[in-house]
Design a binder for this molecule. Structure first.
Ligand code: ADP
Ligand code: MG
Length: 409
């Protein structure tokens, strides 16, 4: 038996699925460290748990450590400490190191979490990426702008979901950003050279330091463009064939980047740009399953369950390499503006045309808060053996379905 502690601040959809997959592994005794009291956990999930430890803040390493120590009385000495959230990766590594639990160490977790440190490490290893500076005051920011020129990207050093990420086109935009969110010694910001080209992912499994599986997705367009243009509905395509010349660069650079960062055993989500001249620039790396439906999409493209495969990987340390059989893609449905979802138009017509390719969907629900995420209020996932059929279906979906937002009451 392996005693596993899973840390999940709250049991939202994807997290609950990862927890179920860990619980379903043979020979696993699972304890959960969470902010949800036991009685609030869905009964079918509760029944899978051999232990439960409630904490106020599941991102705090001290509270995680107390939870792991407390769970020992319920499930035995914890041998694996896991969690799927980006913000957990460094705290989990700190607790592992402090308590002698095997798994990713703090230095590696920080390399894939702190974007300034990540870029320094990549650069030092000769892995191509945007020039950057961690700036602590306006003078440093202006000096970097003089050196690199515009446009620039400004972002938090450890952000997620494109939050507080801006494209700065000129000195006026830089001044406006410095005025709105001035970087300081306590709260530095990351400035980067602006990368042009196509944005993609390189999601992969590393075992014993070797890349044993990888999958590539194409973003249309880059998430930052989606955020800056309210009328754009984002799409992501996993082409059926990722062996072509356009991806040859990342098949070499991706594993090199992971080696440089010290990743030896993990499922990682990497974003990269293919510049107009064909060259690769690594944008960021995270040591967790990808978000935004990508974990499901990889499953559809390979006819397997990446949620379950991640669980096996982090708990048992093995991975069965799947064959890529399909192209898959997601259209993210997003209304223009803010407020709440009023209605969703065009679904019947689109369904008539491409419904046979749809493998999963969640339509925006009337009354649902619109939020401010580039992934919008719902999604449709399609798959086919032909990549072009997937691209065409996504075009049909985003041109045919219109989410109408109404002012919040
Ligand atoms: N140096 C850059 N050049 C061009 N676009 C960038 C750059 N850095 C980030 N972006 C855009 O902003 C988005 C969010 O930035 P990213 O570093 O991926 O942060 P997050 O962790 O929030 O996903 C990216 O997906 C990309 O579209
Ligand atoms: Mg990103």
């Amino acid at each position: 038996m392996v005693a596993v502690a899973f840390v999940a601040p709250y049991l939202l959809d994807a997290t609950a699925r990862f927890v179920r997959c860990v619980a379903a592994l043979p020979g696993v005794r699972l304890g959960l460290v969470t902010s949800d009291p036991l009685e609030r956990i869905a009964p079918e999930l509760r029944d899978l748990l051999a232990g439960h430890w409630r904490v106020d803040d599941a991102l705090d390493p001290r509270q995680i450590a107390a939870g792991v120590a407390g769970l020992a009385g319920q499930i035995g000495r914890v041998e694996r400490l896991v969690g799927a959230l980006e913000q957990l990766q460094v705290p989990l590594a700190q607790v592992r190191e402090g308590m002698g639990i095997a798994g990713m160490d703090v230095a590696t977790a920080m390399n894939v979490r702190d974007k300034a440190r990540m870029k320094e490490t990549l650069r030092a290893a000769g892995v191509p990426c945007a020039r950057h500076a961690l700036v602590h005051d306006p003078a440093q920011a202006r000096a970097f702008a003089r050196e690199v020129g515009f446009p620039l990207v400004a972002k938090p050093p450890a952000g997620a979901g494109s939050q507080a990420t801006y494209r700065l086109d000129d000195g006026a935009a830089l001044d406006a950003w410095l005025g709105a969110v001035p970087p300081s010694g306590d709260a530095p910001a990351l400035l980067e050279e602006f990368l042009v080209g196509q944005e993609h992912t390189f999601d992969s499994v590393t075992l014993g330091g070797a890349t044993v599986w990888s999958s590539i997705a194409d973003y249309y367009p880059p998430p930052l463009d989606v955020l800056r243009n309210p009328w754009i509905q984002w799409t992501v395509v996993l082409p059926r064939d990722i062996g072509g010349p356009e991806y040859a660069g990342i098949h070499a650079v991706g594993p090199a980047a992971l080696r440089a960062l010290g990743v030896t055993d993990a499922l990682t989500h990497m974003e990269w740009f293919r510049r107009p001249d064909g060259s690769v620039a690594v944008s960021e790396v995270a040591a967790r399953p990808p978000g935004a439906q990508l974990t499901s999409m990889h499953g559809y493209a390979h006819d397997f369950d990446l949620f379950a495969a991640w669980a096996r990987l982090v708990v048992l340390g093995d991975f069965d390499v799947p064959e890529r059989r399909f192209a898959a893609g997601t259209a993210y449905l997003r209304g223009v503006g803010r407020g709440r979802v009023g209605a969703v138009h065009g679904v019947a017509e689109v369904n008539r045309d491409v419904g046979h390719l749809v493998v999963e969907s969640r339509l925006p629900r009337p009354g649902q808060d619109a939020g401010s995420d580039y992934t919008g209020q719902g999604y449709v996932i399609v798959r086919d053996q032909r990549t072009e059929a997937v691209r065409e279906a996504l075009r049909r979906i985003i041109t045919g379905i219109r989410v109408e937002l109404v002012e919040a009451l």
